[in-house]
Design a protein around this ligand. Structure first.
Ligand SMILES: Nc1ncnc2c1ncn2[C@@H]1O[C@H](COP(=O)(O)OP(=O)(O)OP(=O)(O)O)[C@@H](O)[C@H]1O
Ligand SMILES: [Mg+2]
Length: 244
């Protein structure tokens, strides 16, 4: 299962989602590889450490060269293809998207848009778009949908993930309702990632939320997200849908 975490808007929770969704899938017993496509390399800085074996970077991975993902310390079942400053400079190959053993590949995209990202989106089984439910977030989503339709991306594969959510904020409750009305509950994921200081603190310690604060709301929200995606995949398989 190939999942791209994408939103052209910066600071919406893409990297936080890539790290902690991957870690949650691994906790659920699914072999998972997370790929850091962002030349800023925030994800690699957060969980990459420096002592793990492995070869190749996201630049090799994207061009289809064989890479050996690093094992992520403290997260059995989770591996990382580390970032590189030129990750999106080359041509996009295809082979790298197949995870060995039918596991999950989660790709953390940089903000912004490029042709390479469009290609990666169209090669993905799912594109998860995290956004903060405010009016700028809503506006950005319209832009994203236009871009996706330009590259022929099929809307069935898009999932909106409401992130940095605070139930106390009227605007969050309101925009969440609007998103569901407009895009439907198949596109808007039923799980919401609540705003949580623990999620912001964990990368500074080089840890996922499951190591740093396993009892926090952040851990419970990302665990719930992983279970939702796993059950949607099983459902799609049992209905014989292609590409999953
Ligand atoms: N649910 C959350 N609760 C609290 N803070 C969060 C949450 N999700 C993300 N953050 C914080 O918000 C900031 C931006 O998050 P993150 O780096 O995941 O966004 P991004 O979309 O990857 O940004 P960029 O576009 O720069 O790559 C970080 O400081 C992160 O710790
Ligand atoms: Mg990021």
């Amino acid at each position: 299962m190939r999942v791209l975490i994408y939103n052209q808007k910066g600071g919406v929770g893409k990297t936080t989602t890539a790290i902690n969704l991957s870690a949650a899938l691994a906790v659920e017993g699914h072999e998972t590889t997370v790929v850091d496509l962002d030349p800023q390399m925030h994800l690699t800085a957060a969980i990459g450490g420096s002592d793990q074996a492995g070869t190749g970077t996201a630049a090799d991975w994207i061009s289809g060269k064989p890479v050996q993902p690093r094992k992520v310390t403290g997260s059995p079942g989770l591996s990382l293809v580390p970032g590189s400053a030129d990750a999106l400079a080359g041509k996009v190959g295809e082979a790298q998207f197949q995870h060995p053993n039918g596991g999950w590949t989660i790709v953390d995209a940089p903000p912004g848009w490029s042709e390479a990202l469009g290609q990666i989106a169209s090669l993905s089984d799912l594109v998860i778009c995290p956004l903060e439910p405010d009016f700028l977030g809503l506006n950005g989503l319209n832009q994203l949908l236009r871009r996706m339709s330009e590259v022929g991306f099929d809307r069935d594969r898009l999932r909106v993930l409401i992130a940095r959510y605070s139930n106390r904020l009227a605007v969050h409750r309101e925009v969440r309702g609007k998103l569901i009305d407009r895009f439907g509950s198949d596109t808007v994921l039923p799980v919401v990632i609540r705003s949580s200081v623990r999620l912001a603190e964990a990368p500074g310690l080089g840890q996922t939320i499951f190591e740093y604060a396993p009892k926090s709301t952040g851990a419970s929200d990302y665990a719930q997200l992983a279970r939702t995606l796993i059950s949607q995949r099983s459902l799609a398989r049992s209905q014989g849908r292609p590409r999953t």
